[in-house]
Ligand binder design. Sequence first.
Ligand code: PSU
Ligand code: MN
Length: 304
Amino acid sequence: MTLPIDLSPEVAAARANGTAIVALESTIITHGMPFPQNVETARLVEAEVRAHGATPATIAVIDGRIHVGLSDAQLTALGQARGVAKLSRADLAACVAAGGTGATTVAATMICAHLAGIGVFATGGIGGVHRGAEASFDISADLMELAQTPVTVVAAGAKAILDLPRTLEVLETQGVPVISYGQDDFPAFWSRASGLTSPLRMDSAAEIAAAHRMRGLLGLPGGQLVANPIPVEAEIPRAEITPHIETALAEAAAKGIAAKAVTPFLLQRIFELTAGRSLAANIALVLNNARLAAAIAVELARKE
Ligand code: PSU
Ligand code: MN
């Protein structure tokens, strides 16, 4: 049996030539942003990766095949489709086997990127430990994926709707290096600072690429989380976003929103509560992450 994976012509050429590639996820398109900004952002992110010397590989499952690198038509169709499945590690094989279509989360995108030989991936914010997880047990599979799949994930930290101290604790327990880029504070998605000291700090793409290589050389499984703070001009300061997060969380609890629906519900409500500012910030931070991921991919593609 051959793997049900299709590389786009551009990604296949980059693989053959050993040039830099950056994986991109699709849940941010289908569940993280409204149409049409989702499709516009996905295109801008791909352009940003190209402008910084790497090939973009947006990943999704379409009609039972894992697509690594989407055509513009596929991207648009995915961005407009309703009720698309959100695929994490637990859902991936069943969806592919059934010939289904779905968007990949951070966890599933890491798995597919690794299958395609891609070591770097850019997104917005990873999933993590939800507030109240001591009762709900809601901890994103993204954290355990970082512990077992050798892909460096560039994000603006974990989403601030989460319990950030507990998210860092789980990452430490799982042996995941958490590297904040250019600052000591662990970033909080829409805000540059969380008030939590980052376990590790690096100031260049070359250092991050060297650490990625060394993990492989030492036989350590798993990847790295690179936490890249949102650009200053786009950030929503913590004091400003916190009340909106609290409101959205209270509404989610009152409505009994659970499991996979939690993160999309909170992102949508915070978008409404901030009159669209959270989306503008989200777009800016993803583009910023695409730039850093491209720089890391270029370093990794260098012949030693
Ligand atoms: N980054 C964003 N927006 C998103 C996501 C990331 O800026 O919507 C998605 C990712 O796919 C991530 C998922 O894996 O949110 C987390 O979902 P959950 O909390 O249900 O594990
Ligand atoms: Mn969850």
